[in-house]
Ligand binder design. Structure first.
Ligand code: SF4
Length: 240
């Protein structure tokens, strides 16, 4: 088993390689934090286009957040039906809005900018339907807090590289990877974005394109030659 310091070194090396490969970006997010928050709920297990359509249709039918909160549940479900699991997401959104209005008198989370990272994380994850991933996406993208969203792509690629163990949960991966990285929003944003893109474009679930991967020489999955998932590069060992 690798030590924490060698895993930290390996994580930083992977971070540097992807910085070079994809280029370093400035932190960006949707202008309105409420859009980011509700949009992230809609985005779970949904394509970006379907999430955008669901959000747009919802705001067209219910232009104010009070209207979204008070809409008949079946109508809200219908408005967001392009997002998968609308029957789960609609009550989440209404519960979230009801909580926000009750606690703060409005649907606005701009005050999170003034809270410490820990307090902002706690406040968000105490909300109904808001998990670690949604909270970290909002805090990093909109408020530049030093947190690390670990979605399915970041999780898969970091696990294949061996930066996190095979039995580590996505929730736990957040803290483990964060400890290896600079506590800086720009660095964490780029780590998240680059691993997300890499998982979408190169290290895909069924057909990882190991032959064109800049992380290949440091990848445990590649090194093992495992074929537990379908691979377009069955002769990975020979093609190095
Ligand atoms: S070498 Fe293959 S398995 Fe490893 S990170 Fe790259 S694409 Fe993924």
């Amino acid at each position: 088993m690798e030590s924490a310091s060698s895993l930290a070194t390996k994580t930083l090396e992977a971070h540097e390689r992807l910085n070079e490969y994809y280029g370093v970006q400035d932190v960006y997010g949707r202008a309105d934090p409420m859009h980011e928050l509700v949009g992230t709920i809609l985005s779970h297990r949904t394509t970006h286009d379907n999430e955008v359509t669901a959000y747009r249709t919802m705001r067209e039918r219910f232009p104010t957040w009070e209207q979204v909160r008070d809409a008949p549940l079946t109508e809200l479900i219908d408005a967001i039906k392009t997002a998968n699991y609308p029957e789960v997401k609609a009550p989440y959104i209404q519960n979230l809005l009801a909580h926000l209005f009750r606690e703060t008198g409005k649907a606005n989370v701009d005050f999170l900018a003034d809270l410490s990272t820990e307090d902002a994380m706690k406040w968000l994850t105490d909300l109904p339907g808001i998990g670690l991933k949604t909270a970290t996406l909002l805090l990093l993208f909109n408020f530049r807090k030093p947190v690390l969203p670990v979605d399915t792509h970041v999780f898969r690629v970091t696990q294949r590289l061996g930066l996190i163990g095979p039995k580590v949960s996505a929730e736990k991966a957040h803290g483990l990877l964060l400890a290896y990285l600079p506590q800086d929003a720009t660095a964490l944003f780029n780590f998240h974005k680059h691993f997300y893109w890499h998982g979408q474009r190169v290290c895909t679930w069924y057909y990882p394109k190991c032959g064109e991967c800049v992380l290949r020489s440091m990848c445990d999955f590649y090194e093992s030659g495992r074929t537990t998932v379908l691979s377009s590069t069955p002769s990975r060992k020979q093609s190095r």
